[in-house]
Design a binder for this molecule. Structure first.
Ligand SMILES: *[C@@H]1O[C@H](CO)[C@@H](O)[C@H](O)[C@H]1NC(C)=O
Ligand SMILES: *[C@@H]1O[C@H](CO)[C@@H](O)[C@H](O)[C@H]1NC(C)=O
Ligand SMILES: *[C@@H]1O[C@H](CO)[C@@H](O)[C@H](O)[C@H]1NC(C)=O
Ligand SMILES: *[C@@H]1O[C@H](CO)[C@@H](O)[C@H](O)[C@H]1NC(C)=O
Ligand SMILES: *[C@@H]1O[C@H](CO)[C@@H](O)[C@H](O)[C@H]1NC(C)=O
Ligand SMILES: *[C@@H]1O[C@H](CO)[C@@H](O)[C@H](O)[C@H]1NC(C)=O
Ligand SMILES: *[C@@H]1O[C@H](CO)[C@@H](O)[C@H](O)[C@H]1NC(C)=O
Ligand SMILES: *[C@@H]1O[C@H](CO)[C@@H](O)[C@H](O)[C@H]1NC(C)=O
Length: 629
């Protein structure tokens, strides 16, 4: 790229002027070069950098109030969800802030034609040479090389500056100090499903059976759609299918197999043979068949077979298939596709975890191109510790914003009890198999999602007996966040648990402060679902099963509300924790969620960090929600 002499000269001159108007201050600094990286030379002055200035988003501190206003059952504005435009506007950096930054760039000699504001309004982009960026930010750019891979990355040394009056409107400038370079990591199909970040909760394979049970006499051995209907009183024929929608998210390479769907429908829902989900492809997602097997097909077959059979043939189920085989995808890639205002750097994607698009297989990146369904169920999860607080906080806010638009987010709470993804935490908070501190899952601990744990029918018992927390091979992810504060609507529930039932662990084992978000919120059966995968009847266990079942049942509530001219249930947490709704749950009072060398927490009367408020009692919940405006 040629060096733009003219703008450089102008820049040098005007920099002096700005320096008088407002002193330059250090905006970000780092103490050491990240391990593995060595500076090898100054970056050439004429190399062009895609400079991005991230503006501070306003009003996030009032997100909770806005959400309660439309989601609390006693609020006069209950159910009055916001439009996407209103949400974008509320959290868009104010024109005055944008103007300040644009004026600064112009003063620095950057012609307005070279500067662009992102669609979401929170990033300013400008291509500029290294020399221009160095003048602008008072820094030096170097080429750093990664020891093992030899990958080169341009970053600035130590620190960069902004004028004081600009700094207050800016979160960060990239590329500067951040080593968010993609390490050419090969996303191996064998070791890490649903990459990046390997965020899968693979359902556990319990065994294979010869024949499907067609009645509900043996739900302690095999769960079928009829068992779930019987357990939760879910006998419902949708009537507003033209208005309602429900979404299931899968991350490539995970994919359902059409032949498995038909074999399942043949057993349990013959009118649905031949029926398929409505596929919405995100970032090149498709139902790949290059790789097959239970670890690839099990999750999607489970989610779609149960969601589709439970809502029945007349209600479409949307499948959001996210990511291609090259990059894979993460929750951020999915959220980018739902909301342009979150997309790309607006969401603060981190290439360690998030797929980078376009890639060699998909020459685009989906940004706000996908429509929202009323309920979105995801049976994948990470841990708080893996992703780090800044990343999860940003993603969590996005669930809150989508909650303002009336979307219910359901996430499986995890299958390893208090032990996150199987590992626990060291004293310094790092994940390790020898750690002894409980390791909370994510997004379950985000207050703006509804986290779903697992229950089971006890051996020898029937659908008419109380269920217990699932303690057969899988245990409900549950506990207390180390990052997210307790929301108002959960205070009574969490304090009730901590005050009435003595928890035997010290404060260095779990967040016992009583001021952190507890999870899960609800639970549903998660043991021995009869799933067809790869042509076999497989019994499958996990909160992976509980989440799509919850989605299907709650979708029935949405259907009835929509038929009555009301809004969908949206962000449900303030409602389900309200005292009137306690009759809508079957309280689970037995079982626990072991991990980290302990028995974990125990299910108890009232809310508990194993089964939440309990399982869904559909007829009662239907009445309760129909009574709301
Ligand atoms: C809770 O239930 C009571 C009794 O049925 C009713 O009067 C009250 O309006 C309900 N509260 C809400 C917020 O629906
Ligand atoms: C920067 O350059 C890239 C590649 O030429 C181009 O796609 C992009 O639109 C440019 N950005 C701006 C803000 O001009
Ligand atoms: C339930 O189904 C099994 C096999 O599918 C059958 O053996 C049993 O007799 C059935 N029980 C009832 C009560 O129909
Ligand atoms: C679940 O399935 C496994 C495998 O078929 C079986 O051994 C077990 O008895 C079933 N039920 C329970 C409650 O574990
Ligand atoms: C269900 O999806 C199919 C395929 O996209 C579409 O043709 C049909 O209209 C949808 N039905 C309803 C009720 O939305
Ligand atoms: C990406 O996440 C990792 C792990 O949490 C963190 O160390 C790194 O600083 C993040 N990168 C950026 C650019 O935020
Ligand atoms: C416990 O949770 C609170 C609220 O989320 C948080 O401020 C605190 O740092 C957490 N404590 C530990 C030890 O992680
Ligand atoms: C537990 O204690 C709280 C007070 O913290 C009380 O309101 C509640 O009714 C008690 N019982 C249960 C089952 O939570």
């Amino acid at each position: 790229m040629p060096f733009l002499t003219q703008s450089f000269v102008f820049l040098t001159f005007s920099l002096l002027v700005t320096a008088i108007v407002s002193p330059r201050v250090v905006h970000e600094k780092r103490d050491a070069t990240p391990s593995g990286w060595t500076p090898v030379r100054r970056a050439a002055a004429d190399v062009v950098l895609p400079l991005r200035i991230g503006l501070t988003q306003p009003n996030l501190e009032t997100l909770d109030d806005y959400l309660l206003e439309i989601s609390h059952p006693e609020s006069p504005n209950y159910g009055k969800h916001w439009s996407a435009a209103k949400v974008a506007e509320m959290f868009r950096p104010p024109p005055a802030a944008v103007k300040t930054v644009l004026e600064w760039l112009e003063d620095e000699g950057l012609d307005a034609s070279r500067v662009k504001l992102s669609k979401g309004g929170s990033w300013i982009h400008a291509n500029m040479t290294v020399e221009e960026a160095e003048m602008l930010l008072g820094t030096e750019y170097h080429v750093y090389q990664h020891g093992e891979s030899g990958v080169e990355h341009i970053a600035c040394e130590e620190k960069y500056h902004l004028p004081e009056h600009v700094a207050e409107h800016v979160d960060l400038v990239m590329p500067t100090l951040h080593f968010d370079v993609h390490m050419g990591r090969k996303r191996s199909i064998d070791t890490s499903i649903g990459q990046p970040g390997a965020g899968i909760v693979n359902p556990k394979l319990m065994g294979e059976v010869e024949s499907a049970l067609l009645n509900t006499t043996s739900c302690d051995e095999q769960i079928t759609p009829d068992c779930l209907r019987a357990l939760y009183g879910y006998d419902y024929t949708p009537v507003a299918t033209d208005k309602n929608s429900i979404g299931i998210v899968e991350y490539t390479p995970v994919a359902y197999l059409p032949a498995d769907m038909d074999m399942f429908f043949g057993n349990y829902s013959p009118t649905q043979v031949g029926q398929r989900p409505v596929v919405v492809s995100i970032d090149g997602g498709y139902e790949q068949t290059s790789f097959e097997g239970f670890s690839i097909n099990g999750e999607a077959n489970l989610d779609l077979q149960y969601a589709m059979a439970l809502v029945g043939s007349t209600q479409n189920v949307t499948l959001y298939q996210v990511g291609d085989l090259v990059e894979g995808a993460s929750f951020n890639n999915f959220l980018d596709a739902l909301d342009a205002s979150y997309c790309t750097y607006d969401g603060g994607d981190n290439t360690t975890f998030d797929g980078v698009y376009p890639d060699s297989e998909y020459d685009s990146k989906d940004c706000g191109t996908v429509s929202l369904t009323n309920i979105i169920s995801t049976s994948y999860g990470y841990t708080e510790a893996l992703l780090g607080p800044a990343y999860i906080q940003r993603q969590c806010y996005e669930y809150g914003k989508l909650g303002l638009m009336g979307v219910t987010f359901l996430y499986s709470s995890g299958d390893n009890g208090v032990a996150g993804n199987g590992e626990c935490l060291d004293a310094d908070g790092a994940e390790s198999y020898s750690g002894t501190r409980f390791n909370p899952g994510f997004p379950g601990t985000c207050p703006y999602v509804t986290s779903v744990g697992a229950t089971q029918v006890q051996p020898g018992k029937t659908v008419n007996d109380p269920e217990v927390a699932c303690d057969t091979n899988i245990y409900s992810g549950g506990g207390f966040s180390n990052v997210f504060a307790i929301p108002d609507w959960q205070v009574d529930a969490v304090h009730g648990y901590l005050n009435n039932y003595s928890v035997a662990y010290a404060a260095d084992v779990y967040n016992s402060s009583g001021i952190s978000r507890g999870y899960p919120d609800i639970a549903l059966n998660g043991l021995n679902y009869s799933v067809i995968s790869n042509g076999l009847i497989q019994l499958v266990a996990g909160t992976s099963a509980s989440a799509p079942t919850a989605a299907a049942i709650l979708s029935g509530v949405n259907d009835a509300r929509l038929a009555a001219g009301k809004s969908p249930i949206g962000f449900i947490n303030p409602t389900i924790y309200s005292s009137n709704f306690s009759s809508g749950f079957n309280d689970i009072t037995s079982g626990n969620n072991p991990g980290c060398g302990t028995d974990g927490f125990s299910a108890q009367p009232g809310w508990d960090p194993v089964t939440g408020l309990g399982t869904l009692n559909f007829p009662k919940l239907l009445d309760l929600w129909l009574a709301l405006p």
